[in-house]
Unconditional design. Structure first.
Length: 210
């Protein structure tokens, strides 16, 4: 199994001064000797576009929620794509999109090869959203391109599969912002202080009256 660590600075900001989303992605890929993708993994029922290449199975897991607000900064995605050809080198493009917003490209993979309907040629990414991903619900978009021609050969997104839709995500920096509760001791102590002040004033007035 080959591992590739890549840090991507997204360049989809609308202006030069805009904050650019940052993520870190670790790639994993199957080989003939690796463990086959589990048959229990969800079968793909629909996809936006496919030619002689198509997505067969998808697995997605979200993790990392330090502040327990229901939004995660890590996602693990594993998929098995098939082809009618004996073998086909491809590369993948991964994007996130919030409703009404432009896509945010967060990873472009290295080249990997598909072998007909093999369950060993799976591909996986383990991504940490580092900065500038506001808490929200994102759709995940995956596109596969023929490595020889650059042509788009398959595409799938949250519009096709619910597993890729409305992912509750936020970046690592925001996930570390834990709400701090400041305790106030003005309750019973405040009452006793007020009673003490009243007693002091009463004694002073009593001395003046003598």
């Amino acid at each position: 199994m080959k591992l590739l660590l890549s840090v991507l600075l997204l360049i989809t900001a609308s202006s030069l001064g805009a904050e650019q989303p940052v993520s870190t992605t670790l790639e994993q890929r199957g080989t003939a000797e690796s463990e086959a993708m589990d048959e229990a993994t969800g079968l793909v029922s629909a996809q936006s576009y496919s030619t002689d290449v198509w997505f067969h199975r998808l697995e997605l897991e979200l993790s990392g929620d330090f502040n327990n607000n229901g939004f995660y900064h890590q996602l693990y995605l594993k998929f098995d794509a098939d082809t009618n050809r004996s073998s086909l080198p491809v590369w993948a493009e991964f994007s996130l999109q919030r409703p009404g917003r432009a896509e945010q490209l967060f990873h472009i993979s290295s080249i990997f090869t598909l072998y007909r309907q093999s369950r060993h040629d799976w591909f996986a990414i383990d991504t940490t959203l580092e900065a500038h991903y506001p808490a929200g619900y994102y759709d995940l978009i995956i596109r596969l391109y023929d490595a020889s021609t650059g042509w788009l050969v398959a595409e799938i997104s949250g519009y096709d599969e619910l597993i890729l839709a409305d992912l509750p995500l936020e970046d690592y920096q925001r996930d570390q912002q834990v709400l701090t509760v400041v305790e106030s001791y003005g309750g019973s102590l405040g009452i006793f202080g007020l009673l003490g002040l009243s007693l002091l004033l009463w004694r002073q007035q009593s001395k003046r009256c003598k």
